[in-house]
Design a protein around this ligand. Structure first.
Ligand code: ADP
Length: 420
């Protein structure tokens, strides 16, 4: 009897040993798999960054030229054709943005901004933007400013707007007649945070209970006929769900077929201290009296040069052009500029090296920091690490291609209202 027990004990120990070795080898495999995933994710992120650059650069030319052409004398038919070019270009860009966003979120690379902004003002901007679309469909787009929510909050305004635009765009898209209403509601507030709820209520086609569970997943559309009839990629809701989660909130839907839907989401923002609110409202009421500036556009692409100079000249600014970083440094040495718009990828000398050289020359000449030329990076790269690279080289601001004339004008206004 004892012999058998001893034997089985020995066998058991051997099994345990085997198992332990197996677990060890599994752990090694797991670590290797994790490193592989990280490597793949890195390759994916570099690939997406490059691909987006490759697509964004020619798109910048197309959309830029649309803006320049639009200001010339055109027949009604030509205007219609141009609008189609613009709409298709914007659609293509938003698809690229969606794919990039989703990949950034999935790899945990999405970084949120914390900037001061007014919820009511941002919603009003969105309504002004989308009202053209809703009017075109004969639908009312309703939003009433809510004075019960704080005037200003700290948070990521552009990600907040992205969710709201996604849901409001959908509401307009899937509504034939009636209205789309945006509501805001204060859920709770404490010393540090403000929790708000946003609802987008439509009187559109509605969604059955079975189909509601398919929502909020990547590339999920209720059925293929939806794609054919309304277009879209099925990414908007998935991105919105991920964004609300990252921003400390939730998203959901209540809907009944043929009656309409309510898409809602909640978000957490940071509170603004009372004394800061007072200061901001003072700045808000000041008028801008922007002087005419001297700007150097450093850009190798002819279309982009024309677009930037047309935008700036229309604002009354003086413009000089350099085709690459080397020429930019030369022009900087022989002229006085207020602002340099610096492209990154250029032949001969790129924007990063040119910026470093300009900063080196300024240092050599003992130029005070507040007298240094303002350098704005203009690039099709959209990742945070690209932005950091530009700032580390000595650039002050960052503009992502393709940009609209208003983006450039507002950025310059922002710089000068800060500087003066
Ligand atoms: P897309 O609109 O690009 O297809 P979304 O992720 O934004 O992608 O939406 C996924 C699907 O959810 C849509 O294809 C549509 O079937 C449905 N959907 C979204 N919003 C609404 C709405 N307000 N009313 C009815 N259906 C909707």
């Amino acid at each position: 009897m004892t012999n058998i027990t001893e034997k089985s004990k020995k066998q058991l120990l051997e099994h345990i040993n085997e198992l332990e070795n197996y677990i060890k080898s599994l752990k090694i495999d797991l670590v290797k798999a994790q490193t592989d995933i990280e490597k793949i994710n890195h390759v994916k992120s570099v690939f997406l960054s490059n691909i987006s650059h490759e697509i964004r650069t020619p798109m910048n030319g197309i959309i830029g030229m649309y803006n320049v052409l639009k200001q010339t004398k055109l027949t009604e038919e030509q205007k219609d054709f141009l609008d189609i070019i613009n709409i298709s270009g914007q659609n293509l860009l938003s698809i690229i943005d969606d794919i990039l966003d989703l990949s950034k979120i999935e790899s945990g690379k999405l970084e949120l901004e914390s900037k001061l902004f007014s919820i009511n003002d941002e919603i009003e901007k969105i309504v002004n933007l989308l009202i053209i679309k809703s009017k075109g469909k004969g639908i009312k787009l309703i939003y009433k400013r809510n004075n019960n929510i704080p005037k200003y909050v700290y948070g990521d305004a552009s990600r907040f707007k992205q969710i709201l635009i996604n849901l409001t765009n959908n509401a307009i898209k899937y509504t034939k007649d009636g209205s789309v209403t945006i509501n805001t509601e204060l859920i709770k507030t404490d010393n540090k945070h403000i929790f708000l709820k946003f609802s987008i209520i439509d009187t559109g086609i509605g969604i059955t209970k079975e189909n509601q569970v398919k929502l909020f997943k990547s590339f999920s559309q209720i059925d293929s006929s939806t794609t054919r009839k309304y277009g879209g990629t099925g990414l908007g809701l998935a991105i919105s769900k991920n964004l609300t989660k990252i921003m400390g909130g939730k998203i959901g839907v209540e809907s009944s077929l043929d009656k309409g839907s309510i898409f809602w989401f909640t978000l957490k923002f940071d509170n603004v201290p009372k004394d800061e609110v007072y200061l901001i409202s003072k700045v808000d009421t000041q008028e801008s009296n922007l002087k005419k500036l001297s700007v150097l556009i450093v850009e190798d692409n002819l279309l982009n040069q024309k677009f930037a100079s047309a935008t700036l000249i229309k604002q009354g600014h003086k413009v000089k052009i350099a085709e690459n970083g080397m020429i930019a440094v030369e022009k900087f040495n022989n002229n006085k500029f207020d602002i340099i718009l610096m492209d990154i990828q250029m032949p001969v000398m790129d924007g990063i090296d040119a910026t470093k050289e300009i900063r080196r020359i300024e240092k050599m000449k003992n130029v005070a920091i507040d007298k240094q030329v303002y350098i704005i990076a203009v690039t099709a790269y959209v990742f945070e690490r690209d932005r950091k690279m530009c700032l580390a080289a000595g650039m002050d601001e960052y503009l992502t291609k393709p940009y609209k004339p208003l983006d450039l004008i507002q950025l310059i206004e922002k710089i000068y209202s800060k500087a003066k």
